[in-house]
Every structure is written in C-alpha cells, then in structure tokens.
Design a protein around this ligand. Structure first.
Ligand code: G3H
Ligand code: ZN
Length: 286
C-alpha cells in the first residue's frame, strides 16, 4: 500500500531503526524496489529526484503516476518522496501528485539563503501536511560535479550550526554531510561516526544519509545504530541495472526485445535493493 514518509520515519526513529529510500528513474526501478520490499517484508521509500523528473521531460505527472500505481499495488508499505528539489514549482507539483514528502535542496546556497529558501518551502509544505527534508553541509557528487574535499570548511555539517538551522527552518529531517558522496560506484566511503553521534545529540529531527551506495555494510549498520533514520540509495541500483544490461547484450548480441534485458536489469535491481534493506534492518551484508 501507499503510505507516507512520515508514517515510516516516525516509528523507525522511535525504535532506532532506519528506512531505506531508493531513487527511481524508470518504471522498472519502482517495480524492483516494490519486489525487494515484498521479498524482505520491509517498507521502503520510492524517491524521484528533480534530475529524474528533468529526464522525463520536466513534468512529474507520468513518472509519479507510475510510482503511485506500483506503491498502491504492493503488499509492502511504500512511500513516495520528491528528492533534491531546487525548483519550488516542483514541490507544488509533488503535492498535487499526492506525494507526502519532499527534500528541498538549497545546500548550494550560503547559510542565510539556504535558511530563507528552506523555511519558505517548509511553510508551504507544512500548511499542506507535507514532510520536508533539507540539507546543510554539502554531500558532494551531485550532477556529476567534481568530488568535494571532505575536509574543506563547510563540507561537513557542523552540529551547532545544524541545530540553529533546524530551529530557524522548521524542517522535519536533515540531510547531513558526514563523509559520504553521491554517485560512488565503489563502496569506499569512510563515515565520520563521531560526527554522526554529535549531530544526533544536537538535533531534534531524524538524520538522513545521502550517497549511501558508496558506504560499506558495516559503516551503514553503524550509521543506523548511531542515529541515521533515512538511508538514500540510488547509484547501487543503476550499477546493478547497467551491469545486467551489459552482460545480457554481450551474451545475446541479437536481442532486440527490451523485455529480455529489462527483466534481467530489474531482477538485478531487486536483488540489490533487497540486500540494502536487509543490511540496514540489521542483518546480512550487501
Ligand atoms: O538522494 C539520493 C541519494 O543521496 C543517493 O545517492 O546515488 O550515491 O546512492 P547515491
Ligand atoms: Zn542525495
């Protein structure tokens, strides 16, 4: 069934668990996450980024309708979330499309402008019952940008600044920069667990880990134990999808029916999503 991110995050935070949010680009991504959630008996978030909306021509409605239908038909609880939004109109479109939550990403702005843009989105969203995530500090690797120096000033989230930011903006959850980066195809990120603990202690809202594809299993589990409540995974699904597609086409150069390779790509994403769900829930290794 279709649930909201708030429905999943609230109880997870109370219980010291985390919810995995998977980035959806194609219908097969959504189907794979639904299958993985059913296979593991765990809930998940289907999140669509502004970049993915742009890929589909800039209009959220078609991809949102597909993800909504998949969530409604699923035996597992699935929420819909709009990820990394920089365009306010897209927040409005997400609300119109039935999304219960958004992540407004003003992290490219300086502190004051980030607070202003985020507080405005929070006011708009809260008036309509939406759950709003924002980012302070900079999780690198977005839009193919060069990797940030993780030790540069401002690259990591400062706990005192984050506490002020949460109070000033009223956000429901905060994406923090603690050593992960987006779009990593190898799991070599080293998280700063002392910083996660300091942020957890300083902030009254759930913490969100972006760029989780590059984080090793043991670090992911430690991050959850340390207080991360939403774990965002995108690239790992794409790595699985593209790997299966390449293998199929190399082995079957005469294939023309996309269902042949998309079935394999979808199953590879299902297996990957199931592994992340299991690891984050506390057992197994991805
Ligand atoms: O918001 C999306 C996530 O941060 C995904 O990052 O593609 O590096 O796993 P990733
Ligand atoms: Zn992200």
């Amino acid at each position: 069934p279709l649930v909201t991110t708030a429905d999943l995050i609230g109880p997870a935070r109370k219980a010291g668990r985390a919810v995995v949010a998977f980035n959806v680009i194609t219908l097969e991504h959504a189907e794979a996450v639904a299958a993985a959630a059913e296979r593991t008996g765990l809930a998940a978030v289907l999140q669509i980024s502004e970049n993915a909306v742009r890929f589909h021509g800039g209009d959220l409605s078609a991809v949102a309708a597909a993800a909504t239908a998949v969530a409604r038909a699923s035996r597992a609880p699935l929420a819909l979330h709009l990820d990394h939004v920089v365009t306010p109109e897209l927040v409005h479109a997400a609300h119109a499309a039935g999304f219960g939550s958004v992540m407004v990403d003003a992290s490219r702005l300086g502190y004051g402008d980030n607070v202003k843009a985020t507080a405005e989105a929070v006011r708009w969203g809260h008036a309509r019952g939406m759950w709003v995530e924002a980012e302070l500090g900079r999780v690198g690797g977005k839009d193919g940008e060069p990797p940030l120096d993780a030790h540069a000033p401002g690259a990591r989230t400062d706990p005192a600044e984050a506490a002020a930011y949460v109070a000033e903006t009223g956000v429901d959850a905060l994406a923090v920069a603690v050593g992960s980066a987006h779009a990593m195809t190898e799991r070599t990120a080293a998280l700063d667990h002392a910083l996660i603990a300091a942020l957890r202690a300083a902030l009254p809202v759930p913490l969100v880990l972006h760029g989780s594809s590059g984080v090793p299993d043991e670090d992911l589990r430690a991050a959850v134990r340390g207080g991360m409540t939403k774990i965002n995974v995108g690239t790992a699904l794409n790595t699985a999808y593209t790997g299966a597609l390449r293998a199929h086409l190399a082995a079957h150069p005469r294939t023309v029916d996309p269902r042949r390779y998309l079935a394999e790509a979808r199953e590879a994403m299902t297996a990957t999503a199931a592994r992340f769900l299991t690891v984050v829930a506390g057992g197994g290794s991805a």
